[in-house]
Design a binder for this molecule. Structure first.
Ligand code: NAD
Ligand code: MG
Length: 333
C-alpha cells in the first residue's frame, strides 16, 4: 500500500519566512501561485520580458519580476514553464542565479529524468505534481478542496527536502486530497505512458476509430459523434465516481454483456504488445528525444498534427453539435 499524506502530515512552517518564485503563469503556474499566496506564502511570479501573463498575475494581486531576478530573490523556485523550454530557461536564467540551500521544484520530472536540467549538488530538488489540470488545481482549492498530488525528492542537500515538498503540497491544496510519495522516474514514466496510451492518445484514437467505422457504414456523422465521443464523459463520470462496477451497475444488462464480450476484442494482443513498445520508448528516452527534436525544428510535427485534427470531420460535426448545447461548456449557468 502506498503511503498517503494528508493536511495533518504536512507543516507550512517549512516555507514560512521563505520566498517562493513560481516561474510561468500558465495552466499550473497561475494555480500554484494563487493557492500558495492565499495559504500565506510569500510568492513572486517570474516571467520573461513582455510576457502576456504579466497583467493577469498583477491584477490577481501577485508580484511579478523578470525570471532571473525572481530566481535570485527566491529560496524555493518552482519551474512551471512548458517542458520543452525548461532546459534553455534553466541555463540562461535559473542556473546563474541559484544559491546554495535553494530548492528547485518541478511539477513533472521530464527535464531531470531526461537530463535537460542537471542541478548543482548544493540545492534540494523536489517535485510536487498535481494529478489534474491547472485550472482544476485552482478551482477546487477555492472550493475548499484539493487536487491529489505526487511528490518526490531527487536531491536532499539540506536534509529538509521532504518537509519542503510536503509544505508545498499543502500550500497548493494537495494534502486536502492526498499526496503520494514517488520518484522522479516513476512519476515521469507513468505520466507519459498514461497520457499517451490511455488518457489522451488512447481514448481519442478509440473514439476516432469508432466514429470512422460508423460513418464509413453510412450512419449519420451526428449520431456517430453522440455515440462515440459525446457519451464518453457520461460513462467516465460513473467510473470516476464508483469504479468500473458502478458504471456497469448503471448501464443496461445488454450494454454490460456487450462490454464483457466485445471489450477484449478491441484491445488485442497486438495492442498490448504496442503498449509495451510505447512504454519502452518512454523508458529509453526515445520519446523525449523525438519530442525535443520536434521543438528544435519549430514544432513542425506538433503543428501539422494539430492542424489536421482541427479540420477533421469529427471536429466539424462536434463543433456544430456543441453549439446547440451551450450548457456543456458552461455547466454552472
Ligand atoms: P503552460 O503551457 O500552460 O504555461 C507555461 C507558461 O510558461 C506560460 O503561460 C508562460 O507564462 C510561460 N512561458 C511560455 N513560453 C515561454 C517561454 N518561451 N519563455 C518563458 N516563459 C514561457 O504550461 P503547463 O501546462 O502549466 O505546464 C507547466 C509544467 O507543469 C510542466 O512541467 C508540465 O508538465 C507540468 N504539469 C502540467 C499539468 C497541466 O495540467 N497542464 C499537470 C501536471 C503537471
Ligand atoms: Mg500528465
Amino acid at each position: 500500500m502506498a503511503n498517503i499524506y494528508y493536511d495533518d502530515d504536512a507543516n507550512l512552517q517549512a516555507l514560512q519566512g521563505k520566498t517562493l518564485a513560481v516561474l510561468g503563469y500558465g495552466s499550473q503556474g497561475h494555480a500554484h501561485a494563487l493557492n500558495a499566496h492565499e495559504s500565506g506564502i510569500n510568492v513572486i511570479v517570474g516571467l520573461r520580458d513582455g510576457s502576456a501573463s504579466k497583467a493577469a498575475a498583477e491584477q490577481a494581486g501577485l508580484t511579478v519580476k523578470p525570471t532571473a531576478e525572481a530566481v535570485k530573490e527566491a529560496d524555493v523556485i518552482m519551474v512551471l514553464l512548458p517542458d520543452e523550454i525548461q532546459g534553455d530557461v534553466y541555463s540562461r536564467d535559473i542556473a546563474p542565479n541559484l544559491s546554495e540551500g535553494n530548492t528547485l521544484a518541478f511539477a513533472h520530472g521530464f527535464n531531470i529524468v531526461f537530463q535537460q536540467i542537471e542541478p548543482p549538488k548544493n540545492v534540494d530538488v523536489i517535485m510536487v505534481a498535481p494529478k489534474g489540470p491547472g485550472h482544476l488545481v485552482r478551482r477546487v482549492f477555492t472550493e475548499g478542496a484539493g487536487v491529489p498530488c505526487l511528490f518526490a525528492v531527487e536531491q536532499d542537500a539540506s536534509g529538509q527536502a521532504e518537509a519542503t515538498a510536503l509544505a508545498y503540497a499543502k500550500a497548493i491544496g494537495g494534502t486536502r486530497g492526498g499526496v503520494l510519495k514517488t520518484t522522479f522516474r516513476e512519476e515521469t514514466e507513468t505520466d507519459l505512458f498514461g497520457e499517451q496510451a490511455v488518457l489522451c492518445g488512447g481514448v481519442t484514437s478509440l473514439m476516432q476509430a469508432g466514429f470512422d467505422t460508423l460513418v464509413a457504414n453510412g450512419y449519420q456523422p451526428e449520431i456517430a459523434y453522440f455515440e462515440c465521443v459525446h457519451e464518453m464523459k457520461l460513462i467516465v463520470d460513473l467510473i470516476y465516481e464508483g469504479g468500473f462496477e458502478n458504471m456497469r451497475h448503471s448501464i443496461s444488462n445488454t450494454a454490460e454483456y456487450g462490454d464483457y464480450v466485445t471489450g477484449p476484442r478491441m484491445v488485442t494482443d497486438e495492442t498490448k504488445y504496442e503498449m509495451q513498445q510505447v512504454l519502452e520508448d518512454i523508458q529509453s528516452g526515445r520519446f523525449a528525444k523525438n519530442f525535443l527534436l520536434d521543438h528544435r525544428v519549430g514544432q513542425t510535427q506538433l503543428k501539422t498534427e494539430r492542424a489536421n485534427s482541427d479540420r477533421s470531420l469529427v471536429a466539424e460535426v462536434g463543433s456544430r453539435l456543441r453549439k446547440m448545447m451551450p450548457f456543456i461548456s458552461n455547466p454552472s449557468s
